[in-house]
Design a protein around this ligand. Sequence first.
Ligand code: NDP
Length: 306
Amino acid sequence: MNTADTVRTPADLAHWSFSGTALAVLGHPIGHSLSPAMHNAALAGMARDQEPFAAWKYFRFDVLPEELPAALSLFHRHGFLGLNLTVPHKVIAFDHVAEIEPAARQIGAVNTLLRTEHGWRGFNTDGHGLALGLRESLGAVLEDAHVILLGAGGAARAAAVECLRRRCASLWIANRTAARLDALLAVLKPVADGVPLRGFDPQSPPAGLPAGALVINATSAGLHAGDPLPVDLARLPRPAGVFDMIYNPPATALLRQAAELGVPHANGLSMLVHQGARALEIWTGAQVQAPVMMRAALEKNHGTNG
Ligand code: NDP
């Protein structure tokens, strides 16, 4: 295990001696995150022709939700240039940053923080990662696409805002818990700006669903063996493609069903890579080689989702 793979805690900052430019991912749990491998591989590649990047390093920190507000101040005081936030911090951090970029404000969550003089500026790169991941893995674009989105948590909200901002043809959202779906639809209504937006029960898909839609799974159903399907694809009009944000396991039951039905499908690794590449661009201001990050992620992706 190299030093970037070491799982640290905020207490380790008491004797922090790293003199280069520090970046980190904060989460709980964080041990299996692919982000340190992806980012350090990209930085090593960039350092070959831009020498200053040799002094940049990306670390991982296990931070409990109740520790996050104090930890954000601590990382700022210790001079960290950028942070990524993963489960369960993306929403909690929203109220503890100095500035928020407009797209992240609509999503209500931040996954990337950039140091400013007065505190952190928050971004959300998940929607960008989704759009590029869909293009790269399925040759699909959100613009003018009919989208059937599964889930109503943080990842679904980022995906829905991206679909609406890119003016998809229609957005249909299904979620196990109706109250959470209704809350998401209410938040999205002002963003929809004329794009048809509807909710439905995944157990009884309505007759009016469009054929040739992109199905995007943003639920965590599929992370564990024995999880139910988030929706039965056989009960939908034939989709154009199925994208599952889960990347470990690499083939969920939903993706296996898509394969059986002969529908193009892809897992969420490309989304993870592109949300990370965008974050690194925000921090470095330089062009980032996403394929280098993809190779590092593929090498590491045999643990858990994170
Ligand atoms: P949240 O906890 O915010 O939301 C979880 C969602 O999954 C809810 O809609 C929940 O429904 C649903 N769900 C959970 N279990 C089941 C089940 N057994 N059956 C049906 N629905 C279920 O999580 P996030 O939104 O942050 O993340 C969702 C998924 O997306 C995770 O697997 C995460 O790893 C992945 N992800 C991937 C990314 C990538 O870069 N590839 C980026 C971000 C997330 P309910 O409301 O009924 O509880």
